[in-house]
Design a protein around this ligand. Structure first.
Ligand code: IPE
Ligand code: IPE
Ligand code: MG
Length: 260
């Protein structure tokens, strides 16, 4: 049996985490649109890549804190289908950074019982990035703590188109009939198969849009917009988002009284 867990938090941080755990429910699945790296760099007179670099620190801290809090799924929007349209040099630098981050972080993720997964059109990533990614996935596949989903070359519409295509193929092949197409069946064809929908969506940098992230899966997620740029987002901002989430009433179309 795997008895490893995330390294526990220390001191004041442990107390803050304890408070969150006691005061209500910890979201099972948190999804994050990590935005504002470029602007963070620009306000400091630095190149955009400096913001991406610093953003890796935020990823590290967020992943660690989520593991300690007992969050089961964390999905990070790291590179969208549309991000391929950025200037070539930014795309190459991002790919190199991604490769290095995967190489440097995998051992620690593994020690912390994190299981790495990916969603997206990963075949379009450079071969070296794919190699690091699949190494991380393979190395951590037995882990039982936080499930970390890296959305790479991902978009919600890509996910839906792929699902519809495969449903059409299976219908044509006769393995399913049109009558069998239900919400549950569609979910089985999405890249997030077997993953509960995000409870909480966090977007940083104050932007209020979904930017083609998990379009189907976010149907009833609580949305929290942080004004921090992603490189400034550390565990205390995460705690603020969770605290805010805990103060909400999720009605799923019903009325308050029905939820009592
Ligand atoms: C998010 O920061 C990182 C990626 C999309 C890869 P941005 O690079 O979008 O930074 P801003 O939004 O331009 O400030
Ligand atoms: C969304 O950020 C994508 C990721 C965080 C990976 P963008 O910066 O690409 O989003 P838009 O284009 O400003 O909406
Ligand atoms: Mg942006």
């Amino acid at each position: 049996m795997n008895v490893r867990g995330a390294e526990p938090a220390k001191g004041n941080d442990a107390a803050l985490q304890q408070e969150l755990k006691q005061s209500g429910n910890i979201p099972v699945h948190i999804a994050v649109i990590m935005d504002g790296n470029g602007r963070w760099a620009k306000t400091r007179g630095l190149p955009r890549i400096a913001g991406h670099n610093e953003g890796v620190e935020s990823v590290r801290d967020t992943v660690e804190a989520c593991g300690q809090l007992g969050v089961k799924y964390l999905t990070l929007y790291a590179f969208s289908t549309e991000n391929w349209k950025r200037p070539q040099d930014e795309v190459s630098m991002l790919m190199r950074l991604l490769m290095r981050a995967l190489r440097d972080e995998t051992d620690k993720l593994h020690r912390n019982n994190v299981r790495v997964h990916t969603i997206g059109e990963t075949q379009s990533l450079p071969r070296e990035v794919q190699a690091e990614l699949y190494d991380a996935i393979e190395k951590t596949k037995e882990n039982t703590g936080l499930n970390l989903f890296l959305a790479l070359s991902y978009s919600g519409r890509w996910d839906l188109v792929r699902a519809v295509k495969r449903i059409a193929e299976d219908t044509q092949a006769g393995t399913i009939t049109p009558e069998q197409v239900t919400e549950q069946l569609i979910e089985c064809y999405l890249s997030t198969k077997n993953v509960p929908d995000p409870d909480l969506l966090i977007r940083t940098s104050g932007e209020m849009r979904i930017s083609n992230f998990l379009l189907w899966q976010l149907a009833y997620s609580e949305i929290y917009i942080s004004n921090c740029y992603w490189p400034q987002f550390r565990r205390n901002e995460l705690y603020a988002a969770i605290r805010n989430y805990q103060s909400r009433e999720r009605r799923f179309g019903m009325v308050s009284e029905q939820l009592k």
